[in-house]
Design a binder for this molecule. Structure first.
Ligand code: PMP
Length: 415
């Protein structure tokens, strides 16, 4: 092999390695949030950017006990390969968990276990969307969902959200217009409850209408639901999946209700969808780690998850209130923001002239990080918005971060 000098390691390969990379990689985008998290690592920056659970609440002792019992009692099984769909007893526990939390009527054959719900979205994009097909998403929507649909060549249409979630009347207009144009949307992707990034939840009326539209215009709905366990007010949002087991593909995750490091999620869907997902998952990773599935099965059986959720919910409710109060105190008149009834995020709308992406370096220098809102819009709009996370920072950090942020916004606006 021939080398020429001057690469970062002192050599430049004459071989053009990049030319070997497949064209589809150009459709893949790395997450802006991960990049911001990297920028803040090890620095004195309070990060409101991620979507991390508060690690102080991880049920470490219970998990240590369960993990050691599993390795002692089922060691050889826990360390062995297992079926692609997920362990039968885990899927059975997931069915019971769904029933307890408002989605009865599932069966283990309706369920596939995935490596986080991120993998669920990735596999769903692969099995459902041909290049050029239309996926409708909320504006704003979950960034990593945009990225997985983009990677399979989806075309996007966006429907704005307000305080009652996706504006379903605008969705209807969009569907009508597409039909008149001889086109069809195949998928509507929604995070109906405590949405990431906006924090808003879709009203039950709109949910009903969305399901009717799915019939009328013949599309499937992906209901991405990581946050419905963290509702802080007395609200009763009906899961779309609880109303329609044909058109609604439901995905959720253990990341927020137990621990994200386990990488455990699942899909509940029509068996034909589950079969296709199983084939795609075989290609992706054969199966989700057996050991982790056994741990979560036990955590469900012993009530660790059910006991964990109310504790975390209490903590996040307090943190949400602290953030709302701090925003009121420091940013009234400068911005408006959502008042989420659940979840992990508050979305802030600043003056139209403010570009939050441009402002970010100033914020980082002032010791606070957020995600510029435009990352969550398929059309690059939302430049004056930002997403703030309240689950990870402490209450003191939240207060101080909002104070710093308000100063940054003032300085930026006065320029
Ligand atoms: N969907 C949404 C809306 C999310 O907010 C997240 C996590 N941030 C995911 C999916 C992926 O979660 P995980 O892969 O950890 O299950």
């Amino acid at each position: 092999m021939q080398f020429k000098s001057t690469h970062e390691c002192g050599w430049e390969l004459l071989l053009d390695i990049k030319s070997f990379i497949a064209d589809r990689v150009s459709l893949m985008e790395s997450s802006e949030i991960r990049e911001i998290l990297e920028l803040t690592e090890g620095k004195n920056v309070i990060s409101l950017a991620g979507g991390l659970p508060d690690p102080n609440y991880f049920p470490v002792d219970e998990m240590a006990e369960i993990a050691s019992e599993i390795i002692k009692e089922y060691g050889s099984r826990a360390l062995q390969y297992s079926v692609t769909r997920g362990l039968r007893e885990f899927r059975t526990e997931i069915v019971k968990f769904m029933e307890r939390s408002g989605t009865p009527g599932e069966r283990p054959y309706n369920i596939i276990v995935t490596s986080g719900s991120q993998q669920a979205l990735n596999l769903l994009a692969q099995i459902l969307v041909n290049p050029g097909e239309i996926v409708i998403v909320e504006k704003p929507t979950y960034l990593a969902a945009i990225n997985v649909f983009k990677a399979v060549g989806a075309r996007f249409e966006g429907v704005p959200v307000d305080n009652e979630g996706m504006k379903v009347d605008e969705l209807e207009e969009k569907l009508k217009a597409l039909k008149a144009d001889g086109k069809r949307a195949k998928i509507v992707y929604t995070v109906p409850t405590a949405q990431n990034p906006s924090g808003v939840s879709m009203s039950n009326e709109r949910r009903e209408r969305l399901l009717e539209l799915a019939e009328e215009y013949d599309f499937l709905i992906i209901e991405d639901d990581p946050y419905s366990h963290f509702m802080f007010e007395d609200v009763d949002f009906k899961r779309l999946r609880s109303k329609d087991k044909y058109r609604v593909i439901y995905t959720s995750t253990f990341s927020k209700i137990l621990a994200p490091g386990l990488r455990l999620g699942w899909v509940a869907a029509h068996p034909d969808i589950i079969d296709a997902l199983e084939t795609a998952k075989q290609n992706a990773d054969l199966h989700t780690p057996t050991f982790n599935q056994l741990i979560a099965t036990e955590a469900l059986k012993r009530g660790v998850v059910d006991k964990h959720i109310p504790k975390v919910k209490e903590a996040y409710k307090r943190k949400r209130d602290v953030m709302l109060e701090a925003l009121e105190q420091h940013m009234s008149g400068m911005a408006t923001w959502t008042k989420p009834v659940g979840g992990l995020f508050i979305f802030v709308y600043l003056d139209e002239n403010i570009d939050t992406k441009e402002m970010l370096p100033q914020a980082l220098s002032a010791g606070v990080a957020y995600v510029p809102g435009s990352a969550f819009y398929i059309d690059g709009s939302g430049r004056n918005t930002m997403r703030l996370n309240f689950s990870y920072p402490s209450e003191e950090e939240i207060k101080s971060a909002i104070e710093r942020l308000a100063k940054v916004v003032k300085e930026y606006s006065d320029k």
